[in-house]
Design a protein around this ligand. Structure first.
Ligand code: ZN
Length: 257
C-alpha cells in the first residue's frame, strides 16, 4: 500500500486509490491495426499511463468482458474507488446484472470514467438517462480546448492539445447538461464537441472523455495520459459516504433514537 496516495480511509490515514480499468478487449485481439497500437490491450496502456503519473498513489486492477462477471464481481466493485471503462463493439454483451451493480456503486460514491465509445455503454446510458447519440467521422485532426482552466482535471494540460488523428465526434451530443464542462473539441471538418464532461450521480463523480478511437494511438499521447490520470484523482471519493436513513419517519425519530 503506497503511503504517497491521496485517498483517506475511514480513520483518515492516506492510502492508494484503487482503480479498476475495464476493457471489452475485442478489437485488440481481432483487428491487426489495433493490435499494433495496443499489443497488450487498451486497458494495459491506460494502466501504464496511471502508473506513470500517479506512481504509488494508485493500485491498478484490470477487468475484461471475457472474465466471469466481466471481471466485475461485487467484491471487485466494492474494492474499487474509480472504474475506467472502454467499450465499443460489445456493449450489448455486458450483463444487465453487472451493469446494475456498477450503477449502484457509482451512486454510492465510486468514480466512473467512460472513455470514447463508452458513451454507448450500458452503465453510462443508465446513469445519463438519455440516448448519448452523436455524429462521427474517421481520421480528422482534433483540437482539445480547456474551457475550465481551474478544474483539477485540466491541471498541467496545454491549451489546446493537438491530437493529429482521431475520430470526429460532433454535436449534438444527447447528454444531460454536464455539471462541469472541462474540455470542448473542434475538428478539421468544422464540428465541435463537449469532449470532457463531469457529472455527479448520487455520491459518485463521473468524467466522460471522448478522445480514444482504437485505430489512432491516442492513449500513447502524453497530454491525454495526464488528463486521464488527473481524472482518476478527481473522481476518487474524498471519504466513505456514511449510511443514510431512509423510509417512514415517525415524528421526533431524531430525538428519541
Ligand atoms: Zn471510435
Amino acid at each position: 500500500m503506497g503511503l504517497a496516495g491521496s485517498r483517506p480511509d475511514e480513520r483518515g490515514a492516506t492510502v492508494a486509490i484503487r482503480a479498476t480499468i475495464w476493457n471489452e478487449y475485442v478489437h485488440e485481439r481481432r483487428d491487426a491495426p489495433v493490435a499494433k497500437i495496443y499489443p497488450n490491450g487498451i486497458h494495459v496502456t491506460l494502466g501504464e499511463a496511471l502508473r506513470e503519473h500517479l506512481g504509488d498513489e494508485v493500485e491498478i486492477r484490470y477487468a475484461t468482458l471475457d472474465q466471469p462477471c466481466h471481471g466485475l464481481t461485487t467484491e471487485v466493485l466494492e474494492q474499487t474507488d474509480v472504474l475506467l471503462w472502454w467499450g465499443h463493439v460489445a456493449h450489448r454483451d455486458v450483463s444487465d446484472e453487472v451493469v446494475a451493480d456498477v450503477v449502484e456503486r457509482v451512486r454510492a460514491g465510486m468514480g466512473f470514467i467512460p472513455l470514447h465509445s463508452a458513451l454507448k455503454s450500458k452503465p453510462f446510458l443508465t446513469l445519463m438517462g438519455t440516448t448519448c447519440r452523436i455524429n462521427y467521422r474517421h481520421d480528422e485532426r482534433e483540437l482539445l480546448w480547456t474551457v475550465n482552466p481551474g478544474h483539477p482535471i485540466a491541471q498541467g494540460i496545454p491549451h489546446p492539445v493537438i491530437i493529429p488523428e482521431q475520430e470526429m465526434y460532433g454535436e449534438f451530443f444527447d447528454i444531460p447538461a454536464p455539471d462541469e464542462l472541462v474540455f470542448i473539441s473542434s475538428f478539421s471538418g468544422g464540428e465541435v464537441f463537449r469532449s470532457g464532461c463531469c457529472f455527479r450521480r448520487g455520491s459518485g463523480r463521473i468524467f466522460y472523455f471522448s478522445p480514444g478511437h482504437e485505430t489512432n494511438p491516442v492513449y500513447h499521447q502524453p497530454e491525454i495520459r495526464r488528463i486521464i490520470a488527473n481524472a482518476v484523482r478527481w473522481a476518487c471519493p474524498d471519504e466513505a459516504v456514511p449510511e443514510q436513513r431512509y423510509g417512514h419517519a415517525p415524528a421526533g425519530w431524531f430525538e428519541t433514537s
